[in-house]
Design a protein around this ligand. Structure first.
Ligand SMILES: [Zn+2]
Length: 217
């Protein structure tokens, strides 16, 4: 899950929370803040603490962008005051908090068990909150699983392609293609994981997804 920096609240008073969408788009890109799905159609401004349960409706600090799948699963679970029970992509290192086991994301136990600040439980709570590790049944509408694994295949093919490039100039050109593809298909963390040993590609990805917190990498 890509850690992002939304920056300070824009210098305007929102009358409706939907007015925050263009600011979020510009600063952190049109991707679901949780599952990293590209938000091509109707991005939803998501309230970390549910507005129906006391969460601030118009406070920049309470906003993220979300896809329908994550937003629906999260529902009204997080009430005012419960923020500290979860990790959040705009305040925590949510990249290293998760990794992949086969075709599903999971809590990164090896990484989080070294921390004594409750991060493990908070990461587990977040995973459960949005059911990020959902393996959808045939009847279920949840594109996250399929899209994520399709991107993993594309990223693996791209890595093979990268490794077959022979000259620096070929690699340079190919890197641009990788970046275009990654931005269009989304799932930043999948790309970062597949290219974990190739520093120049990781740097390219970090520079290309707006608002990514580079300090964690
Ligand atoms: Zn999502």
């Amino acid at each position: 899950m890509r850690p992002v920096n939304k920056g300070d609240a824009p210098d305007i008073r929102f009358k409706k929370y939907q007015e925050a969408e263009p600011y979020l788009e510009k600063r952190i890109g049109l991707y679901c803040s949780f599952c990293e799905l590209p938000l091509q159609h109707v991005p939803e401004v998501e309230h970390k603490e549910a507005k129906s349960r006391g969460g601030e409706e118009l406070d920049w600090n309470n906003f993220l962008l979300s896809c329908k799948y994550c937003n629906t699963r999260k529902g009204y679970t997080v009430k005012k005051g419960d923020l500290g029970q979860y990790l959040w992509p705009d305040t925590d290192d949510t990249f290293h908090a998760f990794d992949y086991e086969g075709d599903l994301p999971r809590v990164n136990v090896e990484y989080l068990s070294q921390k004594a600040d409750g991060s493990y439980q908070k990461a587990a709570n977040l995973l459960r909150l949005i059911k990020l590790d959902n393996r959808p049944t045939k009847q279920e509408r949840d594109r996250r699983f399929f899209e994520r694994n399709e991107v993993k295949e594309i990223a693996l093919m791209s890595k093979n392609g990268w490794q077959s490039m022979e000259t620096p100039s070929d690699r340079d050109t190919y890197l641009k293609t990788i970046i275009v593809l990654a931005k269009a298909k989304g799932f930043f963390s999948v790309w970062m994981t597949v290219f974990k040993d190739i520093e120049v590609v990781k740097r390219g990805l970090l520079d290309s997804f707006p608002g990514t917190r580079k300090e964690y990498f």
